[in-house]
Write a protein that binds this ligand. Structure first.
Ligand code: KG4
Ligand code: ZN
Length: 354
C-alpha cells in the first residue's frame, strides 16, 4: 500500500511517501524556525499560514522524488492531533481533499503515535513489547507498549514537558528559539561538577516527572552568579551542563524503573528530545548494563516529520482502519491511550504488512 503522510501540527511542514512493501520512498521537510525565531517561540497564526504555503510544493516534491503520480497513491494519512488547531487544519484539509478527489481512504493519525512508531523506520526496528519514553515539546510520557494501539501510561510529567523545560531554560539563558538544541550545544562546553541540580521526583516511588522546578533552580543559580558580576560564556555553559545533566539523569532513573516494573528489556525513545546526544548515550550505557537494548529514530525522525505520520498511518490503514465519511473533529488535545489497537502485522519492520 502506497501512503502519503502529512504532518503540520506545529512549526514543521513534513510530507513523506511510505510503501508497506518497499518502506520509506521519499521524505521532505520545511522547518519554520526562521519564521518564529524573531518572536522567541511559535506564533500559531504564522505557522498555519506558512503550512499553507509549503504543503502543496512539498507534496509535489516527494511525488517527483519517488517517481510516482498522485494516481499511484492508495491512501493519505495526516496528523489529526494533538497540536495547534489552525496548523492541524491545513494538513488535514489538503489530505482529505486529495483523498476525496482520488477516491482513496484518508486517516487522521495521532502525532505522538507517529513519534512512538518512528523507530520502526530504522533498519533494526524494535520488537514488541517495549517501554517507550516519549519526550517532546508538549509531552513527557513513559508508556508500556504491547502492540500498535496497546498503550498503557506508566507515568508522565505533572507540569512542563522535558522539551518545554529545555526551551524555557534556554530562553532564560538568552539562547533564543529553538531552545533545546541550542542549550544542548552550549552544554558541550560545560564543566561537570561545578553545579549540581536536583533530580525532581526521583527520591519517591512512581514514574511521574516534574520539570518546572528545574527552570526555577536554573534562574536562582543564574541570579546568584549575576550578583558576583557579569556571566562569562563558561558560566553559561556550566549552567547549561548542570541543567541537561539533571534532566537526562532524571529520565534515565525513571526509564530504569519502568523497565524493572514491566520486566521488559527493550526501551524506545522518541520525540524531539530523543535527538539529545547526552540522553542517547546515557541510555545506551544504562541499558547495556542491564542487558537490555535501546532503540531510537535517526536524528531527522526524532523531531517532527512526515515520515513518521506516513508510517503510523500506513500500519493502521493496512489493517483496515480509515476515516469515516464524516471525518472526526481534529483534536488539539488527544490522549494517546484512547487509540484503538490493531492486530500486529509484523514486529520486524513494516515491509510485509499489506
Ligand atoms: O517532537 P518535537 O519536534 O515537537 C513536538 O511534538 O513537541 O519536539 C520538539 C522539542 C522542543 O522542545 C525542542 O527544544 C526539543 O524537542 N529538542 C531538544 C533537542 N532537539 C530538539 N531538546 C534537547 N536536546 C536536543 N538536541
Ligand atoms: Zn512532535
Amino acid at each position: 500500500m502506497l501512503v502519503l503522510g502529512i504532518e503540520s501540527s506545529c512549526d514543521e511542514t513534513g510530507v513523506a511517501l511510505y510503501s508497506t512493501q518497499e518502506g520509506l520512498l521519499a521524505d521532505a521537510l520545511f522547518s519554520q524556525v526562521e519564521l518564529h525565531e524573531v518572536y522567541g517561540g511559535v506564533v500559531p497564526e504564522l505557522a498555519s499560514r506558512d503550512h499553507l504555503r509549503r504543503l502543496t510544493p512539498l507534496v509535489r516534491q516527494v511525488m517527483k522524488q519517488a517517481g510516482k503520480q498522485l494516481t499511484d497513491l492508495e491512501a493519505v494519512a495526516y496528523t489529526a492531533g494533538p497540536g495547534l488547531i489552525g496548523a492541524l487544519l491545513t494538513g488535514a484539509s489538503l489530505a482529505r481533499s486529495l483523498a476525496f478527489a482520488l477516491e482513496i481512504p484518508a486517516l487522521g493519525v495521532h502525532h505522538m503515535e507517529g513519534h512512538l512508531l518512528a523507530p520502526l523506520l530504522e533498519e533494526r526496528p524494535p520488537e514488541f513489547p517495549f517501554v517507550a519514553l516519549l519526550v517532546s515539546g508538549g509531552h513527557t510520557q513513559l508508556i508500556q507498549v504491547e502492540g500498535i494501539g496497546e498503550y498503557q501510561l506508566l507515568g508522565e510529567s505533572l507540569d512542563d514537558a522535558a522539551g518545554e523545560a529545555f526551551d524555557k531554560t534556554a530562553k532564560l539563558l538568552d539562547l533564543g528559539y529553538p531552545g533545546g538544541p541550542r542549550l544542548a550545544k552550549l552544554a558541550e562546553q560545560g564543566h561537570s561538577g561545578r553545579f549540581k541540580f536536583p533530580r525532581p521526583m526521583t527520591n519517591r516511588p512512581g514514574l511521574d516527572f516534574s520539570f518546572s522546578g528545574l527552570k526555577t533552580h536554573t534562574l536562582t543559580c543564574v541570579r546568584e552568579l549575576q550578583s558576583q558580576g557579569e556571566l562569562s560564556e563558561q558560566d553559561l555553559a556550566d549552567v547549561a551542563w548542570a541543567f541537561q545533566d539533571a534532566v537526562v539523569d532524571t529520565l534515565v532513573i525513571k526509564c530504569k524503573r519502568a523497565l524493572k516494573q514491566t520486566g521488559y528489556q527493550r526501551l524506545v525513545i522518541a520525540g524531539g528530545v530523543s535527538a539529545n546526544t547526552e540522553l542517547r548515550q546515557r541510555l545506551e550505557k544504562t541499558l547495556q548494563g542491564m542487558g537490555g537494548e535501546v532503540f531510537y529514530p535517526a536524528l531527522q525522525y526524532c523531531t517532527d516529520n512526515g515520515a513518521m505520520i506516513a508510517l503510523a498511518g500506513a500500519l493502521r490503514l493496512a489493517a483496515g482502519q480509515k476515516d469515516a465519511e464524516q471525518p472526526p473533529a481534529l483534536r488539539p488535545r488527544w490522549p494517546l491511550m484512547e487509540l484503538p489497537s490493531i492486530q500486529p502485522l509484523t514486529t520486524s519492520g513494516a515491509a510485509t504488512c499489506d
